[in-house]
Design a protein around this ligand. Structure first.
Ligand SMILES: [Zn+2]
Length: 396
């Protein structure tokens, strides 16, 4: 897969646009809570990391003065900036990320809009580990549930969270969060699955979380271009109670992988309760499929721009790009061969996830890809049976 394929540069615009349309609509509802604060995140299925996409109104442009203040802050924060760059390397180097970094580091002749676009690109591309924060908890929970239930009925509908502000340690960026999962009308038996972030590197000089996030999220009266935001308990009290809605890539019944997550923050549980009962919430839920479509469209837009490398096999070209659309573990391509009325299924090639979630062709087929081999016999039979059902033999 080519480096440029891994991100959907226009997704941040699509998602924020859809959310601001929704907010405008909410304003017509009497039960709408005026301070509704929605933070969207999406799963980048290629790297299996999350991207945080919250951009406040009024943060889509940069004026010259602010630009030069940000420039000098970056120049004066060499360690934090270098650390920030390193974070991208944990997944895989992406050419467009390198270009944006280059633009920011050589920005003397850039216009504010070019500088803004590079900053925005780095902000949206920053990889959030799939085991961390609310998104990670939801994602991991889904994997656990899917394994237990053999892929059936594993989805959760929503989760409620509470930031345990007083339990936050000095070296932690965010307080631990206590999350309860819900599906259908029943509560999950596993209540209070909580996560403690205890990462000293993540403390108050993290370029993404203490600078870019407050800038694009426009935290009220907290962003100062000259300094990193040092998060204090009072910053969290407005966001203490969470209502978390995952949305899935398949809309059929209980199937599907996580596509993204919306987190809505409240200062009081009562406010959250009234939102959950409101028509505004119903509208939001009804809109989720359209956000999934936005994400898929953005991914398809990227796929369609990819050069065709292997002109003899269009299917292979498509499969190479599949992780941009799907969080699948493996794809196997079979050919059905008929000899003297007997059908045989033969594996042609397969793609699967490797270390660090890298997606690649298994090579050479049969000899090395042991994990795929485990599926051979079961699949072979299934394919032949399905083939018989779909294409009844002319000789019968
Ligand atoms: Zn394989």
């Amino acid at each position: 897969m080519r480096e440029e394929q891994k991100l959907y540069p226009q997704l941040i615009y699509r998602i924020n646009n859809a959310l601001s349309e929704l907010k405008t609509e909410f304003k017509k509802h009497s039960d709408f809570n005026d301070n509704l604060f929605i933070a969207p995140s999406v799963l980048n299925p290629y790297s299996r990391t999350f991207n945080w996409l919250l951009v406040a109104e009024g943060r889509w442009k940069l004026i010259k003065k602010l630009m030069s203040e940000i420039q000098s802050k970056i120049k004066n924060s060499k360690n934090e900036w270098n650390q920030f760059k390193e974070e991208f390397k944990k997944t895989e180097e992406v050419k467009s990320v390198a270009d944006a970094i280059h633009s920011i580091e050589n920005s003397e002749n850039l216009k504010p809009e070019e500088y803004h676009s590079a900053l925005l690109f780095l902000y949206q591309s920053y990889p959030i580990n799939n085991k961390e924060y609310f998104d990670g908890i939801i994602y991991q929970n889904l994997i656990i549930r899917a394994k237990k239930s053999d892929g059936k009925n594993h989805r959760i509908d929503y989760a409620e969270g509470e930031l345990l502000i007083e339990k936050r340690e000095h070296n932690e960026l965010y307080p631990p969060v206590d999350i309860v999962f819900y599906y259908g009308k029943r509560k999950e038996p596993k209540k209070a699955l909580s996560q403690v972030i205890n990462n000293t590197k993540d403390s108050n000089n993290n370029f993404h979380k203490n600078y870019l996030l407050p800038f694009f999220g426009k935290y009220e009266n907290t962003f100062d271009p000259k300094t990193f935001l040092v998060l204090k308990p009072e910053h969290f009290s407005k966001f203490r109670f969470l209502y978390i809605i995952p949305f899935y890539d398949a809309l059929y019944g209980q199937y599907g992988n996580i596509c993204g997550i919306l987190t809505i923050f409240f200062s009081e549980t009562e406010k959250r309760k009234s939102f959950i009962k409101s028509k505004a919430k119903e509208k939001l839920i009804a809109r989720l499929p359209s956000y999934v479509e936005e994400i898929k469209r953005a991914a398809l837009f990227e796929i369609l721009q990819q050069p065709i490398e292997d002109s003899t096999d269009f299917l292979k070209n498509y499969i190479k790009c599949l992780p941009m659309l799907q969080d699948w573990e493996r794809v196997m391509v079979w050919e059905i061969k008929k000899e003297k009325r007997i059908s045989e299924a033969e594996l042609i090639y397969c793609y699967k996830r490797y270390k660090h979630d890298r997606w690649d062709e298994c090579a050479p087929v049969y000899s090395k890809c042991k994990k795929c081999k485990a599926h051979f016999d079961k699949l072979k039979d299934k394919i032949i049976k399905t083939e018989k059902k779909l294409i009844p033999s002319q000789n019968n």
